[in-house]
Design a protein around this ligand. Structure first.
Ligand code: EPU
Length: 425
């Protein structure tokens, strides 16, 4: 199994470029199922989760061509399978995103239930509620969700108003994709406002969909009979970019991340400024300068966009472990997203819990290297940040979690002067 060996204590300095966003690329690839035309995606990140989605599309009969610069061309004209098998869905929950497009285009879909996951139960009831409101008959048996159009639908999903009980990112994306080919108007209420949802809407619009309000809590979709091919560039990964800024902050360094959309990182940059960092933003770059100082402790409370992203919670917790003062980190989106805490405590951090959802972090002067284990994607990156800030050597095990969502992490960190090496253990 591969591990990351980090020799910490090095102040990071330099420039790194953000890759395309994983959480935009996954729904975008699924959206290509909605048309017989060719859809070309640029700036697709080279990640395990993207490979899994490409493999899933392949299983469905989709023609996928990947060039050496990760341009991905998808043609779904030959789809002859409508089932996303357990083997793929269990490795990546985002596989559930094929359900909306399959149902809308072919009138049927069968997708394995994702089951629990490391960060929480993560049910898909809101996705299913939306499909049912649009005229799908849903049955759940043998671990699979089967959806088919009711006979009275006359071969097309029917526009409907879907009011989500909570803000759901992929739930919004699944219903949005399904609604593009529905008969009539679909209104998504309490919709997710994440930049990745907006990116998906922009691509769907380029494919001929009629969508208004993406990026707000109400999205209106006028269904069309068919969509066509398009070319779309995946938006930059705000979470990856934020992770490099945090790595800079945790080491007292100065880091410039290029190829970003600074507006998508507003909550993160505001919190970084509260730590005492100087943060400057340009059209497509952000510079963080910690000026060798110890960060000030900052409280964090996760919330759907434009609130503070849950996908940056673990990284900020890592930063707070070496901050001046005590902070409260409250996770409101997922019920089990603190698995990094026990691992970071192994490096000498002082973190306790108040109830199940708030971690109390008492900043210490220094962390000290030790072997630690990654438990999920964002937890892994927090361990790397802690390891970079720590004295001595930190060995992070189970880094396959990192490869799901960070493209060439050790190369990019090395570009910033970090001493990080991938080793086999
Ligand atoms: N929820 C339900 N029922 C549903 C859907 C969601 O109860 O039908 C609950 C979830 O259990 C959770 C909350 O609603 O408590 C929000 O979940 P959401 O549906 O928004 O999460 P997701 O769509 O499954 C996406 C990202 C996550 C990111 C969250 C929150 C993708 C592929 N995944 O997950 O990314 O943390 O939104 O922003 O877009 C990651 O990249 O590491 C990651 C976990």
């Amino acid at each position: 199994m591969q591990q990351l060996l980090i020799k910490g204590g090095q102040r990071l300095s330099g420039e790194v470029r953000a890759s395309g966003a994983k959480n935009a690329a996954l729904p975008l690839l699924a959206a290509a199922l909605l048309t017989d035309g060719r859809v070309r995606f640029e700036n697709v990140p080279h990640l395990h989760d993207v490979t899994t989605m490409i493999e899933l599309l392949g299983c469905l009969g989709v023609d996928v061509l990947v060039d050496e610069r990760m341009g991905v061309e998808v043609c779904a004209a030959g789809v002859n399978e409508f089932c996303a098998p357990y083997e793929l869905v269990k490795t990546m929950r985002a596989s559930f995103l094929v359900m909306g497009p399959l149902l809308a285009k072919f009138g049927e879909a069968e997708v394995s239930l994702p089951g629990g996951c490391a960060i929480g139960a993560r049910p898909v009831d809101q996705h299913l509620k939306g499909f049912a409101a649009m005229g799908a008959e849903i049955t759940v048996s043998d671990g699979y969700v089967r959806a088919a159009l009711k006979p009275e639908c006359n071969g097309r999903l029917q526009g409907a108003t879907v009011l989500f009980d909570m803000v759901t990112h992929t739930g919004t994306e699944n219903i949005l994709m399904a609604a593009t080919l529905a008969n009539g108007t679909t209104v998504l209420e309490n919709a997710a406002r994440e930049p990745e949802v907006v990116d998906l809407a922009n691509c769907l619009i380029a494919m001929g969909a009629k969508i208004e309000g993406a990026g707000t809590a109400t999205i209106t979709v006028e269904g069309v009979e068919s969509l066509h091919g398009a070319t779309h560039s995946v938006i930059p990964d705000r979470i990856e970019a934020g992770t490099y800024l945090l790595a800079g902050a945790a080491t007292g360094g100065k880091v410039k991340v290029t190829g970003v959309v600074p507006q998508t990182l507003e909550a993160v940059c505001a919190k970084l400024r509260e730590t005492g960092a100087i943060v400057e933003e340009g059209e497509d770059w952000i510079i963080l300068d910690m000026q060798g100082k110890r960060p000030l402790a900052v409280d964090i409370r996760t919330a759907p966009h434009p609130g503070f992203p849950t996908d940056m919670q673990a990284q900020f917790l890592a930063l707070n472990t070496i901050a001046e003062g005590t902070s409260r980190i409250t996770e409101t989106i997922f019920e089990n997203r603190f698995m990094h805490v026990q691992e970071i405590n192994r490096l000498g951090a002082s973190i306790d819990f108040e109830g199940g959802t708030t971690a109390i972090v008492r900043g210490v002067e220094k962390l000290h290297g030790a072997p630690i284990m990654a438990t999920d994607l964002r937890a892994s990156s927090s361990l790397v940040i802690a390891g970079l800030a720590a004295d001595g050597e930190t060995l992070v095990d189970r880094i396959y979690h990192i490869d799901r969502g960070y493209e060439r992490l050790e190369e990019k960190l090395a570009q910033l002067g970090a001493r990080v090496q991938r080793v086999s253990g």
